[in-house]
Design a protein around this ligand. Structure first.
Ligand code: FAD
Ligand code: FES
Ligand code: FES
Length: 502
Protein backbone atom coordinates (compact mmCIF):
# COMPACT_ATOMS: atom_id res chain seq x y z
CA UNK A 1 0.00 0.00 0.00
CA UNK A 2 0.92 3.66 -0.31
CA UNK A 3 0.00 6.43 2.10
CA UNK A 4 -0.22 10.14 1.62
CA UNK A 5 -2.05 13.18 2.89
CA UNK A 6 -4.74 14.47 0.52
CA UNK A 7 -5.58 18.03 1.59
CA UNK A 8 -6.40 17.36 5.27
CA UNK A 9 -7.21 13.65 4.96
CA UNK A 10 -4.67 10.83 5.34
CA UNK A 11 -5.23 8.34 2.52
CA UNK A 12 -4.18 4.72 2.04
CA UNK A 13 -4.38 3.10 -1.40
CA UNK A 14 -3.62 -0.52 -2.07
CA UNK A 15 -5.39 -1.45 -5.26
CA UNK A 16 -5.09 0.86 -8.20
CA UNK A 17 -3.81 0.68 -11.76
CA UNK A 18 -0.03 1.38 -11.57
CA UNK A 19 -0.19 3.70 -14.61
CA UNK A 20 -3.01 5.88 -13.28
CA UNK A 21 -2.12 9.55 -13.05
CA UNK A 22 -2.82 11.54 -9.94
CA UNK A 23 -5.18 13.69 -12.04
CA UNK A 24 -7.33 10.73 -13.14
CA UNK A 25 -7.39 9.28 -9.64
CA UNK A 26 -8.44 12.60 -8.09
CA UNK A 27 -11.17 13.25 -10.61
CA UNK A 28 -12.50 9.72 -11.16
CA UNK A 29 -11.90 7.96 -7.85
CA UNK A 30 -12.24 10.86 -5.42
CA UNK A 31 -14.60 13.15 -7.33
CA UNK A 32 -12.22 16.08 -6.84
CA UNK A 33 -12.91 17.70 -10.19
CA UNK A 34 -11.57 21.17 -9.36
CA UNK A 35 -8.26 20.13 -10.91
CA UNK A 36 -8.79 20.31 -14.68
CA UNK A 37 -7.53 18.27 -17.59
CA UNK A 38 -6.54 20.34 -20.62
CA UNK A 39 -3.73 18.89 -22.73
CA UNK A 40 -2.96 15.80 -20.57
CA UNK A 41 0.70 16.16 -21.55
CA UNK A 42 2.26 18.77 -19.28
CA UNK A 43 1.84 21.72 -21.63
CA UNK A 44 -1.08 23.78 -20.28
CA UNK A 45 -0.94 23.74 -16.47
CA UNK A 46 -4.72 23.27 -15.99
CA UNK A 47 -3.96 20.21 -13.82
CA UNK A 48 -1.47 22.00 -11.53
CA UNK A 49 -1.57 21.11 -7.85
CA UNK A 50 0.81 21.36 -4.91
CA UNK A 51 2.97 18.52 -3.72
CA UNK A 52 4.43 18.88 -0.24
CA UNK A 53 7.45 16.84 0.77
CA UNK A 54 9.58 16.65 3.86
CA UNK A 55 13.08 18.03 3.32
CA UNK A 56 15.99 18.32 5.73
CA UNK A 57 16.88 21.84 6.87
CA UNK A 58 20.45 21.74 8.19
CA UNK A 59 20.58 19.76 11.42
CA UNK A 60 17.01 20.62 12.43
CA UNK A 61 13.93 18.45 11.85
CA UNK A 62 12.63 17.94 8.35
CA UNK A 63 10.22 20.60 7.14
CA UNK A 64 7.47 20.53 4.54
CA UNK A 65 8.27 22.17 1.22
CA UNK A 66 5.56 22.77 -1.37
CA UNK A 67 5.98 22.85 -5.14
CA UNK A 68 3.75 22.80 -8.19
CA UNK A 69 3.37 19.65 -10.27
CA UNK A 70 1.41 18.67 -13.39
CA UNK A 71 -0.94 16.02 -12.01
CA UNK A 72 -1.50 14.71 -15.57
CA UNK A 73 2.13 13.52 -15.51
CA UNK A 74 2.60 12.48 -11.89
CA UNK A 75 1.58 8.88 -11.27
CA UNK A 76 -0.51 8.10 -8.20
CA UNK A 77 2.19 5.77 -6.80
CA UNK A 78 4.65 8.67 -6.63
CA UNK A 79 2.34 10.39 -4.12
CA UNK A 80 3.51 8.02 -1.38
CA UNK A 81 4.62 9.99 1.69
CA UNK A 82 3.65 13.35 0.18
CA UNK A 83 1.07 15.99 0.96
CA UNK A 84 -1.14 16.53 -2.08
CA UNK A 85 -2.95 19.86 -2.00
CA UNK A 86 -5.68 20.40 -4.58
CA UNK A 87 -7.60 23.53 -5.44
CA UNK A 88 -10.51 22.27 -3.30
CA UNK A 89 -8.34 22.86 -0.24
CA UNK A 90 -8.02 26.51 -1.14
CA UNK A 91 -11.76 26.99 -1.54
CA UNK A 92 -12.95 24.70 1.23
CA UNK A 93 -11.66 25.86 4.52
CA UNK A 94 -8.27 24.18 4.74
CA UNK A 95 -7.35 27.77 5.02
CA UNK A 96 -9.45 27.57 7.94
CA UNK A 97 -12.00 29.38 9.91
CA UNK A 98 -11.80 32.26 7.52
CA UNK A 99 -15.04 32.50 5.65
CA UNK A 100 -13.51 34.36 2.79
CA UNK A 101 -11.33 33.80 -0.23
CA UNK A 102 -7.62 33.16 0.07
CA UNK A 103 -5.53 36.23 -0.92
CA UNK A 104 -4.57 34.70 -4.31
CA UNK A 105 -8.24 33.99 -5.08
CA UNK A 106 -9.35 37.43 -3.90
CA UNK A 107 -6.63 39.07 -5.99
CA UNK A 108 -7.65 37.10 -9.10
CA UNK A 109 -11.27 38.21 -8.67
CA UNK A 110 -10.42 41.84 -8.03
CA UNK A 111 -7.90 41.98 -10.90
CA UNK A 112 -10.35 40.31 -13.33
CA UNK A 113 -7.88 37.46 -13.83
CA UNK A 114 -10.41 34.89 -15.02
CA UNK A 115 -12.89 34.64 -17.88
CA UNK A 116 -13.96 31.13 -18.94
CA UNK A 117 -12.18 29.90 -15.81
CA UNK A 118 -10.81 26.65 -17.21
CA UNK A 119 -7.19 27.59 -16.56
CA UNK A 120 -8.00 29.33 -13.28
CA UNK A 121 -7.62 26.43 -10.79
CA UNK A 122 -4.13 25.72 -12.19
CA UNK A 123 -3.19 29.39 -12.08
CA UNK A 124 -4.48 29.67 -8.49
CA UNK A 125 -2.25 26.73 -7.51
CA UNK A 126 0.84 28.25 -9.18
CA UNK A 127 0.13 31.56 -7.44
CA UNK A 128 -0.46 29.74 -4.15
CA UNK A 129 2.99 28.10 -4.39
CA UNK A 130 4.52 31.49 -5.11
CA UNK A 131 2.66 32.96 -2.12
CA UNK A 132 3.65 30.17 0.28
CA UNK A 133 7.31 30.21 -0.78
CA UNK A 134 7.77 34.00 -0.62
CA UNK A 135 7.11 36.22 2.39
CA UNK A 136 6.69 39.26 0.15
CA UNK A 137 6.10 40.00 -3.55
CA UNK A 138 9.14 38.48 -5.32
CA UNK A 139 8.92 40.66 -8.46
CA UNK A 140 7.55 40.27 -11.99
CA UNK A 141 10.36 38.03 -13.23
CA UNK A 142 9.66 35.48 -10.47
CA UNK A 143 5.93 35.61 -11.23
CA UNK A 144 6.51 35.00 -14.96
CA UNK A 145 8.76 32.12 -14.02
CA UNK A 146 6.14 30.62 -11.70
CA UNK A 147 3.42 30.95 -14.37
CA UNK A 148 5.59 29.76 -17.29
CA UNK A 149 3.71 26.44 -17.37
CA UNK A 150 0.18 27.89 -17.13
CA UNK A 151 -1.63 28.74 -20.36
CA UNK A 152 -4.61 31.07 -20.38
CA UNK A 153 -6.44 31.30 -23.68
CA UNK A 154 -8.90 34.08 -22.97
CA UNK A 155 -8.05 36.46 -20.12
CA UNK A 156 -4.63 37.61 -21.23
CA UNK A 157 -1.79 37.61 -18.76
CA UNK A 158 -1.68 41.22 -17.56
CA UNK A 159 -4.60 40.86 -15.09
CA UNK A 160 -3.08 37.62 -13.80
CA UNK A 161 0.34 39.26 -13.31
CA UNK A 162 -1.44 42.09 -11.49
CA UNK A 163 -3.25 39.55 -9.28
CA UNK A 164 0.06 37.92 -8.35
CA UNK A 165 1.31 41.26 -7.01
CA UNK A 166 -1.97 42.19 -5.33
CA UNK A 167 -2.15 38.90 -3.38
CA UNK A 168 0.83 40.06 -1.31
CA UNK A 169 -0.86 43.37 -0.45
CA UNK A 170 -3.60 41.82 1.72
CA UNK A 171 -3.06 40.67 5.28
CA UNK A 172 -0.75 37.64 5.16
CA UNK A 173 -2.55 34.30 5.40
CA UNK A 174 -0.56 31.64 7.30
CA UNK A 175 -0.47 28.01 6.11
CA UNK A 176 -3.28 26.48 8.11
CA UNK A 177 -2.52 22.85 7.35
CA UNK A 178 0.87 22.76 9.17
CA UNK A 179 -0.37 20.79 12.21
CA UNK A 180 -2.20 18.17 10.08
CA UNK A 181 0.83 17.74 7.83
CA UNK A 182 3.23 17.35 10.78
CA UNK A 183 1.05 14.79 12.44
CA UNK A 184 0.83 12.83 9.14
CA UNK A 185 4.64 12.93 8.83
CA UNK A 186 5.00 11.56 12.38
CA UNK A 187 2.53 8.72 11.76
CA UNK A 188 4.29 7.84 8.49
CA UNK A 189 7.69 7.76 10.23
CA UNK A 190 6.32 5.43 12.90
CA UNK A 191 4.69 3.20 10.29
CA UNK A 192 7.92 3.22 8.24
CA UNK A 193 9.94 2.02 11.24
CA UNK A 194 7.72 -1.00 11.73
CA UNK A 195 7.03 -1.69 8.02
CA UNK A 196 9.28 -4.15 6.21
CA UNK A 197 7.52 -4.11 2.86
CA UNK A 198 8.31 -1.73 0.01
CA UNK A 199 5.37 0.67 -0.44
CA UNK A 200 3.44 -0.45 -3.51
CA UNK A 201 0.23 -0.36 -5.48
CA UNK A 202 -1.25 -3.33 -7.27
CA UNK A 203 -4.01 -4.02 -9.70
CA UNK A 204 -4.55 -7.64 -10.73
CA UNK A 205 -1.05 -8.78 -11.82
CA UNK A 206 0.40 -5.28 -12.22
CA UNK A 207 2.51 -3.55 -9.56
CA UNK A 208 3.99 -0.12 -8.79
CA UNK A 209 6.85 -0.19 -6.26
CA UNK A 210 8.32 2.75 -4.35
CA UNK A 211 11.68 1.46 -3.00
CA UNK A 212 13.32 3.62 -0.36
CA UNK A 213 16.97 2.47 -0.68
CA UNK A 214 19.44 1.66 -3.45
CA UNK A 215 19.61 -1.93 -2.23
CA UNK A 216 15.84 -2.34 -2.56
CA UNK A 217 15.95 -0.69 -6.00
CA UNK A 218 18.69 -2.86 -7.52
CA UNK A 219 17.22 -6.02 -6.01
CA UNK A 220 13.83 -5.24 -7.51
CA UNK A 221 15.36 -4.37 -10.91
CA UNK A 222 17.29 -7.62 -10.80
CA UNK A 223 14.18 -9.66 -10.00
CA UNK A 224 12.14 -7.84 -12.66
CA UNK A 225 14.50 -6.70 -15.45
CA UNK A 226 11.49 -5.94 -17.69
CA UNK A 227 10.15 -3.40 -15.14
CA UNK A 228 9.96 0.24 -16.23
CA UNK A 229 11.75 2.74 -13.99
CA UNK A 230 9.99 6.02 -13.39
CA UNK A 231 11.24 9.26 -11.86
CA UNK A 232 9.19 12.45 -12.38
CA UNK A 233 7.23 10.81 -15.18
CA UNK A 234 7.43 13.95 -17.34
CA UNK A 235 8.51 11.77 -20.28
CA UNK A 236 7.31 8.29 -19.43
CA UNK A 237 3.77 9.06 -18.23
CA UNK A 238 2.92 10.36 -21.69
CA UNK A 239 3.61 6.87 -23.03
CA UNK A 240 1.05 5.49 -20.56
CA UNK A 241 -1.59 8.15 -21.16
CA UNK A 242 -1.24 8.51 -24.93
CA UNK A 243 -0.02 5.13 -26.19
CA UNK A 244 -1.95 3.37 -23.42
CA UNK A 245 0.88 0.98 -22.58
CA UNK A 246 0.46 -0.93 -19.31
CA UNK A 247 3.77 -2.36 -18.09
CA UNK A 248 3.33 -5.18 -15.58
CA UNK A 249 5.81 -3.59 -13.18
CA UNK A 250 6.80 0.02 -12.61
CA UNK A 251 9.54 0.92 -10.14
CA UNK A 252 9.78 4.48 -8.88
CA UNK A 253 13.26 5.87 -8.20
CA UNK A 254 11.95 9.10 -6.64
CA UNK A 255 12.30 8.07 -3.00
CA UNK A 256 15.58 6.15 -3.15
CA UNK A 257 17.73 8.06 -0.66
CA UNK A 258 21.00 7.47 -2.54
CA UNK A 259 19.50 8.79 -5.81
CA UNK A 260 18.12 12.09 -4.56
CA UNK A 261 21.28 13.52 -3.07
CA UNK A 262 23.06 16.54 -4.48
CA UNK A 263 26.51 17.66 -3.32
CA UNK A 264 29.77 19.43 -4.09
CA UNK A 265 32.40 16.78 -3.38
CA UNK A 266 35.32 19.17 -3.74
CA UNK A 267 36.38 17.28 -6.91
CA UNK A 268 33.18 18.30 -8.64
CA UNK A 269 29.42 18.08 -8.43
CA UNK A 270 27.51 14.91 -7.66
CA UNK A 271 23.87 15.04 -8.76
CA UNK A 272 21.62 12.13 -7.84
CA UNK A 273 19.80 10.71 -10.87
CA UNK A 274 16.43 11.22 -9.15
CA UNK A 275 17.12 14.72 -7.78
CA UNK A 276 14.74 17.10 -9.51
CA UNK A 277 15.96 20.06 -11.56
CA UNK A 278 14.50 22.31 -8.85
CA UNK A 279 16.72 20.50 -6.32
CA UNK A 280 20.03 20.99 -8.10
CA UNK A 281 19.82 24.01 -10.42
CA UNK A 282 21.02 26.41 -7.73
CA UNK A 283 24.16 24.38 -6.91
CA UNK A 284 24.87 23.61 -10.56
CA UNK A 285 24.60 27.26 -11.58
CA UNK A 286 26.81 28.40 -8.71
CA UNK A 287 29.62 26.48 -10.45
CA UNK A 288 28.44 26.91 -14.03
CA UNK A 289 26.38 30.15 -14.14
CA UNK A 290 26.43 30.07 -17.94
CA UNK A 291 24.00 27.12 -17.81
CA UNK A 292 21.39 29.10 -15.84
CA UNK A 293 19.31 30.09 -18.82
CA UNK A 294 19.36 26.55 -20.23
CA UNK A 295 17.95 25.14 -16.99
CA UNK A 296 15.51 28.00 -16.41
CA UNK A 297 14.09 27.42 -19.89
CA UNK A 298 13.82 23.66 -19.47
CA UNK A 299 10.10 23.00 -19.53
CA UNK A 300 8.14 24.97 -16.94
CA UNK A 301 8.29 25.34 -13.18
CA UNK A 302 6.03 22.26 -12.88
CA UNK A 303 8.32 20.23 -15.17
CA UNK A 304 11.49 21.32 -13.34
CA UNK A 305 9.82 20.40 -10.04
CA UNK A 306 9.35 16.82 -11.26
CA UNK A 307 11.91 16.13 -13.98
CA UNK A 308 15.34 14.61 -13.29
CA UNK A 309 18.70 14.05 -15.01
CA UNK A 310 18.20 10.26 -14.71
CA UNK A 311 14.92 10.65 -16.59
CA UNK A 312 16.38 12.91 -19.26
CA UNK A 313 19.37 10.64 -19.94
CA UNK A 314 17.36 7.42 -19.50
CA UNK A 315 14.92 8.72 -22.08
CA UNK A 316 17.86 9.22 -24.50
CA UNK A 317 16.07 11.84 -26.53
CA UNK A 318 18.22 13.62 -29.15
CA UNK A 319 16.63 16.91 -28.06
CA UNK A 320 17.01 16.69 -24.29
CA UNK A 321 18.81 19.82 -23.05
CA UNK A 322 20.96 18.33 -20.27
CA UNK A 323 22.91 15.88 -22.47
CA UNK A 324 24.85 18.47 -24.58
CA UNK A 325 25.73 20.36 -21.39
CA UNK A 326 26.91 17.23 -19.58
CA UNK A 327 28.89 16.01 -22.61
CA UNK A 328 30.60 19.41 -23.00
CA UNK A 329 31.51 19.33 -19.29
CA UNK A 330 32.85 15.76 -19.69
CA UNK A 331 30.46 14.37 -17.06
CA UNK A 332 30.36 10.71 -16.06
CA UNK A 333 27.43 8.51 -15.09
CA UNK A 334 27.51 6.04 -12.26
CA UNK A 335 25.46 2.98 -13.18
CA UNK A 336 24.53 0.42 -10.54
CA UNK A 337 23.17 -3.11 -10.66
CA UNK A 338 23.26 -6.11 -8.36
CA UNK A 339 26.61 -6.97 -9.98
CA UNK A 340 28.21 -3.70 -8.83
CA UNK A 341 29.01 -0.22 -10.08
CA UNK A 342 30.45 0.99 -13.37
CA UNK A 343 31.22 4.43 -14.74
CA UNK A 344 30.39 5.59 -18.26
CA UNK A 345 31.05 8.99 -19.82
CA UNK A 346 27.80 10.71 -20.79
CA UNK A 347 29.05 10.96 -24.38
CA UNK A 348 29.45 7.16 -24.52
CA UNK A 349 26.10 6.48 -22.86
CA UNK A 350 24.00 6.91 -26.00
CA UNK A 351 24.28 4.25 -28.67
CA UNK A 352 21.55 5.31 -31.10
CA UNK A 353 18.13 6.94 -31.34
CA UNK A 354 16.65 6.48 -27.84
CA UNK A 355 19.17 3.74 -27.08
CA UNK A 356 21.75 3.58 -24.32
CA UNK A 357 24.34 1.22 -22.85
CA UNK A 358 22.11 0.54 -19.81
CA UNK A 359 21.52 -3.17 -19.28
CA UNK A 360 18.11 -4.47 -18.22
CA UNK A 361 19.02 -4.74 -14.55
CA UNK A 362 20.94 -1.45 -14.28
CA UNK A 363 19.92 1.98 -13.02
CA UNK A 364 21.58 5.37 -13.27
CA UNK A 365 22.60 6.28 -9.73
CA UNK A 366 24.23 9.68 -10.16
CA UNK A 367 25.95 12.12 -12.47
CA UNK A 368 29.51 13.23 -11.69
CA UNK A 369 30.53 16.62 -13.08
CA UNK A 370 34.25 17.46 -12.89
CA UNK A 371 35.51 20.49 -11.01
CA UNK A 372 35.63 23.60 -13.14
CA UNK A 373 39.09 24.70 -14.32
CA UNK A 374 39.57 28.37 -13.40
CA UNK A 375 40.22 29.38 -17.01
CA UNK A 376 37.24 27.50 -18.55
CA UNK A 377 34.94 29.46 -20.82
CA UNK A 378 31.46 28.02 -21.24
CA UNK A 379 28.54 28.95 -23.45
CA UNK A 380 25.19 27.17 -23.68
CA UNK A 381 22.42 28.14 -26.06
CA UNK A 382 18.97 26.73 -26.70
CA UNK A 383 16.99 27.62 -29.79
CA UNK A 384 13.28 26.91 -29.53
CA UNK A 385 10.09 28.44 -30.89
CA UNK A 386 8.95 29.75 -27.50
CA UNK A 387 11.14 31.13 -24.75
CA UNK A 388 9.54 29.01 -22.02
CA UNK A 389 8.11 25.51 -21.87
CA UNK A 390 9.36 24.43 -25.28
CA UNK A 391 11.60 21.61 -26.44
CA UNK A 392 14.85 22.57 -28.22
CA UNK A 393 15.12 22.83 -31.95
CA UNK A 394 18.88 23.02 -31.47
CA UNK A 395 20.97 23.10 -28.31
CA UNK A 396 24.67 23.96 -28.45
CA UNK A 397 27.12 23.89 -25.56
CA UNK A 398 30.79 24.85 -25.98
CA UNK A 399 33.44 24.52 -23.28
CA UNK A 400 36.84 26.00 -24.05
CA UNK A 401 39.94 26.15 -21.91
CA UNK A 402 42.81 28.44 -22.79
CA UNK A 403 46.28 29.58 -21.77
CA UNK A 404 47.12 33.16 -22.66
CA UNK A 405 45.27 33.59 -25.93
CA UNK A 406 45.52 30.03 -27.20
CA UNK A 407 42.76 27.43 -26.95
CA UNK A 408 44.15 24.39 -25.09
CA UNK A 409 41.04 22.21 -24.72
CA UNK A 410 37.65 22.24 -26.36
CA UNK A 411 34.43 20.24 -26.15
CA UNK A 412 31.45 21.17 -28.30
CA UNK A 413 28.23 19.16 -27.90
CA UNK A 414 24.92 19.54 -29.69
CA UNK A 415 21.36 18.33 -29.43
CA UNK A 416 18.77 18.36 -32.23
CA UNK A 417 21.37 17.84 -34.98
CA UNK A 418 21.49 14.02 -35.13
CA UNK A 419 19.74 10.90 -33.83
CA UNK A 420 21.57 11.29 -30.54
CA UNK A 421 23.28 14.14 -28.66
CA UNK A 422 26.83 14.27 -30.01
CA UNK A 423 30.11 16.16 -30.10
CA UNK A 424 31.03 18.36 -33.06
CA UNK A 425 34.47 16.84 -33.59
CA UNK A 426 35.50 18.89 -36.66
CA UNK A 427 34.56 22.11 -34.87
CA UNK A 428 36.67 20.97 -31.93
CA UNK A 429 39.67 20.17 -34.17
CA UNK A 430 39.33 23.57 -35.81
CA UNK A 431 39.39 25.38 -32.47
CA UNK A 432 42.02 23.33 -30.64
CA UNK A 433 45.34 25.21 -30.70
CA UNK A 434 43.76 28.21 -32.44
CA UNK A 435 43.89 31.69 -30.99
CA UNK A 436 41.02 32.86 -28.81
CA UNK A 437 39.79 35.24 -31.48
CA UNK A 438 36.61 35.95 -33.42
CA UNK A 439 38.34 34.68 -36.56
CA UNK A 440 38.79 31.20 -34.98
CA UNK A 441 35.08 30.95 -34.14
CA UNK A 442 34.07 32.08 -37.62
CA UNK A 443 36.28 29.30 -39.05
CA UNK A 444 34.75 26.79 -36.63
CA UNK A 445 31.27 27.84 -37.75
CA UNK A 446 32.18 27.01 -41.35
CA UNK A 447 33.49 23.59 -40.25
CA UNK A 448 30.21 22.64 -38.54
CA UNK A 449 28.61 21.36 -41.76
CA UNK A 450 31.17 18.52 -41.77
CA UNK A 451 29.96 17.31 -38.37
CA UNK A 452 26.21 17.07 -38.88
CA UNK A 453 23.60 16.50 -41.59
CA UNK A 454 20.52 17.49 -39.56
CA UNK A 455 17.03 16.47 -40.55
CA UNK A 456 13.94 18.53 -41.29
CA UNK A 457 10.94 18.01 -39.02
CA UNK A 458 8.04 19.94 -37.49
CA UNK A 459 10.40 22.08 -35.43
CA UNK A 460 12.73 23.25 -38.19
CA UNK A 461 14.24 22.53 -41.58
CA UNK A 462 17.71 21.02 -41.94
CA UNK A 463 18.97 24.32 -43.43
CA UNK A 464 17.64 26.31 -40.49
CA UNK A 465 19.26 23.97 -37.98
CA UNK A 466 22.64 24.22 -39.67
CA UNK A 467 22.51 27.98 -40.18
CA UNK A 468 21.35 28.76 -36.66
CA UNK A 469 24.08 26.51 -35.20
CA UNK A 470 26.75 28.24 -37.28
CA UNK A 471 25.41 31.61 -36.12
CA UNK A 472 25.58 30.42 -32.52
CA UNK A 473 29.27 29.57 -32.92
CA UNK A 474 29.94 33.02 -34.39
CA UNK A 475 28.00 34.53 -31.51
CA UNK A 476 29.96 32.55 -28.94
CA UNK A 477 33.09 34.06 -30.49
CA UNK A 478 31.72 37.48 -29.51
CA UNK A 479 30.84 36.25 -26.03
CA UNK A 480 34.28 34.72 -25.43
CA UNK A 481 36.42 37.37 -27.06
CA UNK A 482 34.60 40.54 -26.08
CA UNK A 483 33.87 41.92 -22.63
CA UNK A 484 30.19 40.89 -22.49
CA UNK A 485 28.66 39.79 -19.19
CA UNK A 486 27.36 36.42 -20.40
CA UNK A 487 25.95 35.52 -17.01
CA UNK A 488 23.51 38.41 -16.96
CA UNK A 489 22.66 38.45 -20.63
CA UNK A 490 18.93 38.71 -19.97
CA UNK A 491 19.58 42.14 -18.47
CA UNK A 492 21.35 43.26 -21.67
CA UNK A 493 18.68 43.67 -24.33
CA UNK A 494 21.30 44.62 -26.89
CA UNK A 495 22.88 41.19 -26.51
CA UNK A 496 19.94 38.84 -25.99
CA UNK A 497 16.27 38.91 -26.80
CA UNK A 498 14.83 37.62 -23.55
CA UNK A 499 11.24 36.88 -22.59
CA UNK A 500 8.92 39.26 -24.43
CA UNK A 501 7.48 40.71 -21.21
CA UNK A 502 10.79 41.45 -19.52
C1 FAD B 1 5.66 20.00 -21.20
C2 FAD B 1 7.04 19.43 -21.23
C3 FAD B 1 8.11 20.26 -21.50
C4 FAD B 1 9.40 19.74 -21.52
N1 FAD B 1 10.43 20.58 -21.81
C5 FAD B 1 11.68 20.10 -21.86
C6 FAD B 1 12.77 20.96 -22.18
O1 FAD B 1 12.59 22.17 -22.40
N2 FAD B 1 13.99 20.41 -22.24
C7 FAD B 1 14.22 19.08 -22.00
O2 FAD B 1 15.37 18.64 -22.05
N3 FAD B 1 13.22 18.25 -21.69
C8 FAD B 1 11.96 18.72 -21.62
N4 FAD B 1 10.93 17.86 -21.34
C9 FAD B 1 11.21 16.43 -21.16
C10 FAD B 1 11.37 15.94 -19.70
O3 FAD B 1 10.78 16.84 -18.80
C11 FAD B 1 12.81 15.75 -19.31
O4 FAD B 1 13.43 14.84 -20.18
C12 FAD B 1 12.96 15.23 -17.87
O5 FAD B 1 14.30 15.40 -17.46
C13 FAD B 1 12.59 13.78 -17.71
O6 FAD B 1 12.79 13.41 -16.37
P1 FAD B 1 11.75 12.54 -15.57
O7 FAD B 1 12.31 12.33 -14.22
O8 FAD B 1 10.40 13.11 -15.63
O9 FAD B 1 11.80 11.18 -16.43
P2 FAD B 1 10.73 9.97 -16.48
O10 FAD B 1 9.63 10.34 -17.39
O11 FAD B 1 10.38 9.54 -15.13
O12 FAD B 1 11.65 8.85 -17.15
C14 FAD B 1 12.11 8.98 -18.48
C15 FAD B 1 12.90 7.73 -18.88
O13 FAD B 1 14.08 7.62 -18.08
C16 FAD B 1 14.13 6.35 -17.42
N5 FAD B 1 14.72 6.58 -16.10
C17 FAD B 1 14.29 7.46 -15.15
N6 FAD B 1 15.15 7.44 -14.10
C18 FAD B 1 16.10 6.53 -14.38
C19 FAD B 1 17.26 6.05 -13.67
N7 FAD B 1 17.61 6.51 -12.46
N8 FAD B 1 18.02 5.09 -14.26
C20 FAD B 1 17.70 4.63 -15.50
N9 FAD B 1 16.63 5.05 -16.22
C21 FAD B 1 15.84 5.99 -15.66
C22 FAD B 1 12.67 5.87 -17.36
O14 FAD B 1 12.60 4.46 -17.30
C23 FAD B 1 12.12 6.43 -18.67
O15 FAD B 1 12.42 5.56 -19.73
C24 FAD B 1 9.62 18.35 -21.28
C25 FAD B 1 8.54 17.51 -20.99
C26 FAD B 1 7.25 18.04 -20.97
C27 FAD B 1 6.11 17.13 -20.66
S1 FES C 1 -3.61 18.85 -18.37
FE1 FES C 1 -2.35 20.26 -19.40
S2 FES C 1 -0.56 20.25 -18.16
FE2 FES C 1 -1.77 18.69 -17.30
S1 FES D 1 -9.75 32.17 -18.31
FE1 FES D 1 -10.24 30.99 -20.05
S2 FES D 1 -8.38 29.96 -20.44
FE2 FES D 1 -7.85 31.32 -18.91
Amino acid sequence: MIQFLLNNTPVTVENSRPTITLLDWLRKDRGLVGTKEGCASGDCGACTLLVGEQVAHGSSEKQWRYKTINSCLMLLGNAHGKHIVTVEAVTQNLYADVDELHPVQKAMVESHGSQCGFCTPGIIMSLLALYINNASYPGKKAVIHALGGNLCRCTGYQPILKAAEKAFEYERQPVAWAATADSFARSLRNAGNSLKEIPSLRFEQNHFYVPQSLKQLVNLKNQCPEARLIAGGTDLSIEFTQQLTEPAIIISVTQVTELIQVSDSGDGLVIGAAATYADFIELFCRHYPESKELFERLGSEQIRNGGTLGGSLGNASPIGDPAPLLIALDATLELVSIAGTRHVKVEDFFTGYRQTVLTANEVIRQVLIPKRPASLKLASHKISKRFEDDISTVCLVLAVDHADDQITAVRCAMGGMAALPARAKTVEQQLLGASLSQHSFNQAASALAQDFSPMSDVRASAEYRLTVSQNLLTRIGYEFCQPIDVVNVAEQPAVRIAHASL
